[in-house]
Ligand binder design. Structure first.
Ligand code: ATP
Ligand code: MG
Length: 582
């Protein structure tokens, strides 16, 4: 395995120094803080020693790499402790939710290699029960209908150091509250006319305890319950109780919910009387450099056609990463490497790229592809002769075998592998110089021809039949080895070179400027007329290859028969810092 180069990942190094035990996947890694909590609960026989987690996405967009971290954590804990993990759609916000998102989320979780317990669950399955619980709070004198606008209610909330102002409707009678809440449910009032609030403490130092809103009126069609409901529960009122109804033991969520935890516990304390309790535990969300992770901003990129859909290979969505050529194993390895922390941090996107490079290096066959072709003619090679050469598919995986690659008089090589007037240390092809053609012969450049624009049109070489790779009697030491493709058998392909979508390390971190200001104008370069070795005509969508000397490439869904489209997943080395950064 390649070691992580600290110079490449300065942030990671800082992170590792802070929390060495939580950052690297070593066999003898000590427990992360969540595992420590779970193991303590198991020892104390809490909740009959069950471990049951859940992944609770809101179906209002496609999942991204941040969600992948949460998925790996939730499903990973269930796997490790022989427990279960539910998939639960948190669908309490009908205006933004769609079944397209539900389907994509299920596909992405399974693609990552995880399977939820039983059927997927939906918060909307619990709307009846939540409604009953809301009435129970009213009957206990712990909830009231407030006729004020949301705006006024927020103004009255106060600040962490200044207590809130109690609503004039706070002392409404239980009967009146029951009556109004039922009429809210029946659709008698327009959107925004009233809300149901918990009656907790308007002076609490925790703003979330200052009579939070439980229900709002919303005349909107829900993707599952249709027009049945005119009121919808707020996230806080739905989440903990949904956990409870599903028997969740450890409810893992991101740090911003830490301040919601007292409310999570308060609802359960008021509503249930079992000793079984789900427990909310917060961990730091994944932030990646050069990456935007907010679903709202990703949706904007899609809607304004800055990218070509949610699965554009430049998107940090799981669908985008998949189309780009990322493997599930590489994403899981990445999640494992970054670990879980209790404090926010930023991970270098180079670490994600490192993970896919490492995985594809082991698994992807090597092939030859010329992206910017120039013709090369071997003058002393017999006219019309084609010979099949044996090339190794993957030196990292000898079981992957060999393949036959045609060789002949007319070839293509990369335009930038030839220079008319090269500097001394240029080890590629130039007039009078020799190079080895990968898996074939040593050739010497004798002359070249320019076109009317003074660009090299044809390179003329000679070869020595005795220098045949491996078997020839002459094996001179030659510094440069070039990849090539035989011209008459080559297939044409489109190759899409993807780069980072944003040029700024923290595109969302500028108060006065939208992320759009930091788009990388060179995030996509489309190359047409690339020449590939013929076996790639049979490549299937999603298949991955290493184009030798160039990088890892994956077959795109836009491919046509015998005319594939390839996406560059990642270059062979991290050349971002060299060319663009610092
Ligand atoms: P929204 O802005 O729509 O609330 P969200 O990113 O929080 O977006 P959810 O669908 O609510 O999206 O997230 C589902 C789960 O994934 C939650 O438990 C959430 O905490 C977790 N999650 C979301 N973003 C990240 C992230 N960057 N890193 C780790 N976990 C995340
Ligand atoms: Mg959320």
């Amino acid at each position: 395995m390649q070691a992580v180069n600290p110079k490449q990942f300065p942030k990671l190094l800082i992170y590792m120094n802070n929390k060495p035990e939580e950052s690297l996947s070593e066999e003898k890694r000590s427990l992360n803080f969540i595992e420590a909590i779970i193991e303590e609960d198991l020892q104390n026989n809490k909740n009959e020693s069950r471990v049951h987690t859940r992944f609770p996405p809101e179906p209002n967009g496609y999942l991204h790499i941040g969600h992948a971290k949460s998925i790996c954590l939730n499903f990973g804990m269930a796997e490790k402790y022989n427990g279960k993990c539910n998939l639960r759609f948190d669908d309490t916000n009908p205006e933004k939710e769609e079944t397209e998102y539900v389907d994509s989320i299920m596909e992405d979780v399974q693609w990552l290699g995880f399977q939820w317990d039983k059927e997927p669950y939906y918060a909307s399955d619990y709307f009846d029960q939540l409604y009953e619980w809301a009435k129970l709070l009213i009957r206990k004198g712990l909830a009231y209908v407030d006729d004020q606008s949301q705006e006024l209610i927020s103004q009255q909330k106060g600040t962490p150091t200044r207590p809130g102002i109690p609503s004039p409707f706070r002392l409404r009678s239980i009967e009146e509250n029951m009556d109004l809440f039922e009429r809210m449910k029946n659709g008698e009032f327009p959107n925004g006319a009233r809300v149901l609030r918990a009656k907790i403490d308007m002076t609490s130092p925790n703003m979330h305890m200052r009579d939070p809103v439980l229900y709002r009126i919303l005349h909107a069609e829900h993707h599952r319950t249709g027009n049945t409901w005119k009121i919808y529960p707020m996230y806080d009122f739905a989440h903990g109780q949904s956990d409870y109804l599903e028997g969740i033991t450890h409810s893992l969520c991101t740090l911003e919910f830490e301040v919601h935890r007292p409310l999570y516990d308060w609802f359960l304390d008021q509503l249930i009387d079992t000793t079984y309790r789900p427990r909310q535990i917060e961990f730091a969300r994944l932030n990646l450099s050069y990456t935007v992770m907010s679903k709202r901003k990703l949706l904007e990129l899609v809607k304004t056609n800055i990218v070509n859909g949610w699965d554009d290979p430049r998107m940090p969505t799981i669908a985008g990463l998949r189309r780009r050529g990322y493997t599930p194993a590489s994403i899981r390895a990445f999640a494992d490497r970054i670990g879980v922390a209790k404090r926010d941090n930023v991970i270098d996107v180079g670490l994600l790229e490192f993970s896919v490079r490492e995985d594809l290096n082991k698994t992807s066959p090597r092939v030859m592809a010329v992206l910017d072709p120039v013709k090369l003619i071997i003058s002393n090679y017999p006219e019309g002769q084609i010979e099949d050469l044996e090339l190794v598919n993957n030196p990292e995986d000898l079981d992957s075998g060999i393949r036959m690659v045609p060789f002949g008089k007319e070839l293509y090589i990369e335009r930038d592998d030839f220079m008319v007037d090269p500097p001394n240390k240029y080890f590629r092809l130039a007039p009078g110089r020799e190079v080895r053609l990968k898996g074939a012969y040593v050739i010497k450049c004798e002359s070249f021809e320019l076109d009317s624009n003074n660009l090299v049109k044809t390179i003329y070489c000679t070869y020595d039949v005795e220098t045949k790779s491996g078997t020839g009697s002459k094996q001179p030491k030659i510094k440069g080895t070039l990849h090539w493709v035989e011209a008459s058998n080559a297939i044409d392909a489109e190759v899409r070179l993807y780069d980072r979508l944003f040029m700024d390390e923290d595109p969302s971190g500028h108060k006065d400027q939208d992320v759009i200001a930091f788009l990388n104008p060179e995030s996509l370069k489309v190359l047409n007329g690339c020449k590939l070795e013929p076996m790639l005509a049979k490549a299937e969508i999603g298949q991955q290859f290493q184009f030798q000397r160039l990088g890892y490439f994956s077959v795109d869904k836009d491919s046509l028969k015998n005319n594939p489209v390839f996406n560059r997943t990642v270059s062979l080395k991290d050349n971002w810092t060299k060319t663009k950064g610092q």
